[in-house]
Structures are given as structure tokens and as C-alpha cells.
Design a protein around this ligand. Structure first.
Ligand code: NAP
Length: 266
């Protein structure tokens, strides 16, 4: 039996176990997906233990996504983003990958949102914002990053090709001519709030929210009312899992089974 899992703290409400186990069932794989919650200062021992026990792959979540870089051989994209969300233990040394970036890109592609040459605005410069900004830029989009703490957006824009950065006061101006807007802040999760003024939204825009609880955030509701194309955050969650599963197993992921398992719990 292959054992995969998620390492983070906390991991209690994760949707990854049912999503991955639905895939194992559909593919008839003898595998399990388990959550692990080590104390933050036990990360090194936890990863050495996982390797020694023959665990095949781990997803990584808060607070370990950055710290894991110290203990794995990160690929080029994960190194540029500065975060790992997927570890593959199949080689001589564990390798680290970032499937959040491809998850965001694939969500947009599956909704026929063109990225090459697009003007994209990313709100937020935390972990999700970093991954999404690199993902979009690598697909040929020009990215404007706006963040509450403007200095973080400016610093990120120096790392991302063809990007610029600013504060939330720059958001309306940036959105006016944009093709794509992505919310990568946590605003919309705790309360029915949005980081984007409704008046800035327009029908030539595709709007993706990284927030997936609730599925229909205020931003997506207002974007739909403005005539924009909308993509909810469960798509990004789905496709980061799809990419991890395909990397670990070499199988083509049963996307519909994984999507059903995810959405039935949201
Ligand atoms: P993070 O690293 O903690 O970053 C949080 C971001 O939100 C920062 O840019 C922060 O701005 C901004 N922010 C927080 N409160 C704000 C407020 N009141 N007004 C304006 N901006 C605010 O978190 P993260 O890991 O990037 O996650 C961000 C969101 O993405 C979460 O909701 C998470 O669940 C979601 N996410 C979804 C997926 C998916 O697969 N769908 C994957 C990863 C994350 P400052 O820098 O100014 O603090």
C-alpha cells in the first residue's frame, strides 16, 4: 500500500483526504491519504521519519511551506516562489514542488481564460499571491500585484518577470484595463467582505478567487453581477491536488471524481 498525506498545523479541516481518496478509489489504487500535525519545531524529524517509513508523498500546508525548502531538493519553480506544497519521496532525496501555481493556471485554462499577453491583477502578496503571480507570469501575462502592505507587493514584483506592484489604492486603476483579476488575500473567508470595490469590476474581466470557503464569495457575486466570468477557489484547490497526484502516481487524475468529492464537502 502507498501512503500519501498532508503535513501542516492545523490540518483538521483539510479537504485533501477525501479528494485524494476519491481518486485512489476511481483508479483502483491501493493507497491511503493521511494527515500529520507535527509541532512546528519538529519539522525536520517529521520529514526524516516520513522518508524512513516509506511514505510516498506529502502535501505541505501552513506553517511549513517555506521551512520545508531547507530539507528537500526544490525544483526551479518552487525555489523561485520560495514555497513547497508537494514533496515526492520516490527518488534518492525528497524533492519539493509547488503545485499551487499550476493549480491556479490550470483552473483558468479550464475556464477558457486566455493568459498569454493578458493584463492580470493579483490582490495579495502572501503565499497564494506569490504562487499565482509566478504562475501567471510564466504563462505570458503582465502581472500587477496590489497588497494591503504595499512594500510586500513591490518586493514580489521585483522577483516576478514583467510585474509591477503597489498598494490597495492602486487597485481600481489597475483593474480598469485588466483582463484578469485574482483575489489571493484571505478577505471574504471570515465575513462577507471583498478587497475589491464593486464599481471597479467590469464585463471584460475574468475574476478568480483563491478563497474557497465560502465557494461564492462577495467578490465573485459582485463580479458575476458586473457581467464578468468567474472562477471559484475550489478549482485551484482541485488542480493543485490533481497535479500532485499525477506527479506521485504517474496516472492521469480522475478529475471529475476528485471534484465531486471536494464540492460535496463545501
Ligand atoms: P497569507 O500568506 O497569510 O497571505 C494573506 C494575504 O491576505 C496577504 O496578502 C495579506 O495582506 C492579505 N490580507 C489579509 N487580511 C487582509 C485585509 N483585511 N485586507 C486586505 N488584505 C488582507 O495567506 P495565503 O496562504 O496567501 O492564503 C490567502 C488565501 O488564499 C486564503 O484564504 C487561503 O485559504 C487561500 N488559498 C487558497 C488556495 C486554493 O487552492 N484555492 C491555495 C492557497 C491559499 P498583508 O500582506 O498586508 O498582510
Amino acid at each position: 500500500m502507498d501512503v500519501f498525506g498532508l503535513i501542516g498545523n492545523p490540518v483538521g479541516h483539510s479537504l485533501s483526504p477525501p479528494m485524494h481518496e476519491a481518486a485512489y478509489e476511481a483508479l483502483d489504487l491501493d493507497a491511503r491519504y493521511v494527515t500529520f500535525e507535527p509541532q512546528p519545531d519538529d519539522l525536520e524529524h517529521a520529514l526524516a521519519g516520513a522518508a524512513a517509513l516509506g511514505i510516498s508523498g506529502l502535501n505541505v500546508t501552513i506553517p511549513f511551506k517555506q521551512d520545508v525548502l531547507e530539507y528537500v531538493e526544490a525544483d526551479a519553480l518552487a525555489s523561485r516562489i520560495g514555497a513547497v506544497n508537494t514533496i515526492d519521496f520516490s527518488g534518492d532525496v525528497p524533492t519539493g514542488h509547488n503545485t499551487d501555481a499550476i493549480g491556479a493556471v490550470r483552473s483558468l485554462r479550464e475556464h477558457d481564460v486566455p493568459l498569454e499577453g493578458a493584463d492580470a491583477v493579483v490582490v495579495g502578496a502572501g503565499g497564494a499571491g506569490r504562487a499565482i503571480a509566478f504562475g501567471l507570469a510564466d504563462e505570458g501575462a503582465s502581472v500587477t500585484i496590489c497588497n494591503r502592505t504595499a512594500s510586500k507587493a513591490l518586493a514580489l514584483s521585483e522577483d516576478v518577470p514583467d510585474a509591477s506592484g503597489g498598494g490597495l489604492e492602486d487597485l481600481e486603476g489597475a483593474i480598469a484595463d485588466a483582463d484578469l483579476l485574482v483575489n489571493a488575500t484571505s478577505v471574504g473567508m471570515e465575513a462577507d467582505e471583498t478587497p475589491v470595490p464593486a464599481g471597479a469590476l467590469h464585463e471584460d474581466l475574468a475574476v478568480m478567487d483563491a478563497v474557497y470557503r465560502p465557494l461564492e464569495t462577495r467578490l465573485l457575486r459582485e463580479a458575476r453581477a458586473a457581467g464578468a466570468t468567474t472562477v471559484d477557489g475550489a478549482w485551484m484547490l482541485l488542480y493543485q491536488g490533481v497535479d500532485a497526484l499525477e506527479r506521485w502516481t504517474g496516472e492521469t487524475a480522475p478529475v471529475d471524481s476528485m471534484n465531486d468529492a471536494l464540492r460535496s464537502r463545501l
